[in-house]
Design a protein around this ligand. Structure first.
Ligand code: SF4
Length: 360
């Protein structure tokens, strides 16, 4: 155990203390922050976290909320599977745990969307449990401190890093003397990775671990950890129909699973269909159509070129097949667009058209 003592001392004087989720040991609030913080910057999370808590102040109210409302409060944060799992997790806590989160990392890790590192973080922050975390930031700190060669996303290197993370935990005896040490240790690793041992331009001279850091001693900070082997992402394209009529836009709700699951988006036409054929399929009669500039949206596993077409509809009629399932296809007043959970690129597209007053 070489890291814990300098890390905890540093966290207590230089670490982050004013974040909204640090003022509590309530597992609901800590869990919510940990899920929101996955692959997302603190500054982006704060407003979402605060707004979410106003609408869903406890696990019971989140569990019984309509999934659409949960998705609407998440829209813009990305990685929407997190929101679906969040809702499912709240329901499991109510059904299987009587409304209380499991009391240890092992139990927490059985819930939807909570992996071993998130479970350990919640248990450390809420219960002071001695359990190791290993998120992306911690992997970077450990890979540098111990000069671990190899791609940290591979199973073998990940196992090595988990073992190191466990070895570096404060001892049980230290935790008995200083029960808050586990919180400071866990938060310290997160803070160090986010603010000092950053991906580029690590500030080693300010680092509390520089004395023992192998990468620093060997001048290998820039080369560690090894970057993930790059795969060329597949390219896809889709047409998006922006049908509008007298202050309304036609939206479709995406299926619950898959990309943008459960969010409201624009009808898509692809597979060789033209925009006109897409309108015909929906039963929308169009008086004027305009092709807009295509733009790229990059997902983690593919690149999507979106080709939008603006269509002025003659009425709000849609084909019976669509009418019968009003949950999936709906004319939505422009004034109500902000209340719908939408994928970020669709929201940006519609906001741009609204600002240019092109949605009549
Ligand atoms: S000395 Fe530099 S590379 Fe080593 S842990 Fe600190 S910031 Fe990271």
């Amino acid at each position: 155990m070489k890291i814990a003592t300098p890390l905890v001392a540093w966290q207590r004087t230089h670490g982050r203390h004013g974040l909204p989720w640090q003022q509590t040991r309530d597992p609901y609030r800590v869990w919510l922050s940990e899920i929101m913080l996955q692959q997302t910057q603190v500054t982006a999370v704060i407003p979402y976290y605060q707004k979410f808590l106003i609408r869903f102040p406890d696990v019971a109210r989140l569990a019984c909320a309509p999934s659409q409302e949960v998705m609407a409060h998440w829209a813009g944060l990305g990685y929407y599977a997190r929101a679906r799992n969040l809702h499912a997790c709240a329901q499991r806590v109510m059904q299987d745990w009587g409304g209380d989160f499991p009391p240890d990392a092992q139990g927490l890790a059985t819930l939807p969307g909570i992996g071993p590192s998130t479970a350990a973080a919640i248990a450390a922050f809420c219960y002071g449990e001695r359990s190791a975390i290993l998120d992306g930031n911690v992997k970077r700190v450990l890979a540098r401190y111990f000069a671990i060669d190899g791609d940290p996303t591979t199973r073998a290197i990940e196992q090595t890093l988990w073992q190191l993370a466990r070895n570096e935990l404060p001892t049980a005896a230290r935790l008995r003397r200083d029960p808050m040490m586990m919180t400071a240790h866990t938060q310290g690793l997160m803070d160090l990775g986010a603010t000092v041992c950053t991906r580029s331009r690590a500030q080693c001279t300010q680092c509390p671990l520089k004395k023992g850091c192998a990468a620093f001693a060997q001048g290998r900070v820039e080369e560690l950890p090894w970057p993930r082997a790059k795969k060329k992402l597949p390219e896809r394209s889709t047409g998006m129909l922006i049908a509008c009529h007298r202050g309304k836009v036609l939206l479709q709700q995406r299926p619950d699973t898959g990309i943008w699951g459960g969010l409201w988006s624009l009808p898509e036409f692809d597979g060789g269909l033209s925009a006109k054929a897409g309108c015909d399929q929906l039963g929308v009669t169009v008086s004027k159509m305009q092709q807009l500039s295509a733009f790229l949206h990059v997902f983690t596993h593919y690149r999507l070129t979106i080709e939008p077409v603006l269509a002025h509809a003659s009425s709000t009629r849609i084909a019976a097949a669509n009418e019968s399932n009003t949950k999936q296809t709906e004319w939505v007043p422009l004034s109500q667009l902000s209340a719908r959970g939408m994928p970020a690129p669709v929201r940006k597209l519609l906001d741009g058209l609204l600002a240019d007053q092109l949605l009549g």
